[in-house]
Design a protein around this ligand. Structure first.
Ligand code: P6P
Length: 286
């Protein structure tokens, strides 16, 4: 059998969509997928590789960084920076943008990523993931004087996006603008194989994802919606629901892509959460 690999999928997408997908974007997506392969290996080793526990530092959001957060971040930088596809990178774990070293070839893309989403789950062996988003430089002359402003683009301007989820299987779900496709890592060969072509969120569902412990802080409208879900078949929705909250957005969203549902992290009355918790560039947009 000729397996349908990520490489073959991207070559066919480039052939069919040459106007929106060039060889550099194909190489960049494959390189990000390779970085996820390496991150998956370290995640699966955990204590055996000495990568668990806190780093002793905090990220720009003020969150305690885990060792694997920093390792995954550095892995992504080292794996992607040499490709000649990028003008720069930015991530949840870095306080400023990361231009490509002057000694390396540059390209017209920007890579934004959360190297390890769901860090609070690392040490208790619950699914976590890597989220990535690819943007194009807003203009060719931006490359010479790259700034944060070049990264602050609307989600609709992404040219590719996706995530890897490190769970019972290691899966990669991505789009280059032509549908969403899922791949499973064959760890024996280090190959991503197409296992979920043309993924679509099911129209019907019986699950919602929200952190219920924050309920007393929510706006009235959010509370009413969730109370209606909790009322089940005796309430306005006329059906019973399950609640799921993994505290790894990647894992919750992956379930939603497969089984339907809604993921919510609403802003609330607390000063620390009044703008919500999910970061636009490398969580919500991708
Ligand atoms: P809480 C992980 O840090 C994250 O950004 C998302 O992946 C996750 O859904 C959320 O935070 C969990 O937040 O407040 O429930 O721990």
């Amino acid at each position: 059998m000729n397996p349908f690999t990520l490489t073959r999928h991207l070559v066919e997408q480039q052939r069919n969509n040459a106007h929106s997908m060039d060889a550099e974007l194909r190489l960049l997506v494959e390189t990000v997928a390779h970085a996820c392969t390496r991150i998956a290996d370290l995640v699966s080793q955990g204590a055996l590789a000495g990568v668990l526990g806190a780093q002793g530092t905090h990220n720009v959001q003020g969150e305690a960084q885990q060792k694997l957060d920093v390792i995954a971040n550095d892995l992504m930088l080292q794996t992607a920076q040499w490709t000649g596809c990028l003008a720069g990178m930015a991530s949840e774990e870095m306080t400023s943008i990361e231009p490509i070293p002057s000694s390396m070839a540059k390209g017209r893309y920007l890579l934004v990523f959360d190297p390890l989403d769901g860090s609070s789950n690392i040490d208790v062996n619950v699914s976590i993931g890597t989220i990535f988003s690819v943007l194009a430089l807003p203009s060719t002359d931006s490359a010479a004087s790259l700034s944060e402003q070049d990264f602050l683009q609307a989600g609709a301007r992404q040219v590719a996006a996706g995530y890897a989820v490190y769970g019972p299987q290691t899966q990669l779900v991505l789009t280059t603008g032509h549908g969403v496709d899922g791949f499973t890592l064959d760890k024996r060969t280090g190959t991503w194989l197409l296992t979920n072509a043309a993924m679509r969120i099911p129209a019907d569902t019986a699950e919602f994802a929200i952190n219920m412990s924050n309920m007393r802080h929510w706006d009235r409208g959010i509370r009413q919606y969730i109370e209606a879900c909790l009322a089940g078949e005796t309430g306005p929705h006329g059906k019973n629901y399950n609640m799921r909250w993994i505290a790894s957005m990647v894992a919750d969203v992956h379930r939603l892509l497969n089984r339907g549902g809604v993921f919510m992290y609403p802003s609330d009355a607390r000063e620390s959460a009044k703008h919500g918790k999910l970061r636009l560039l490398y969580e919500a947009n991708p």
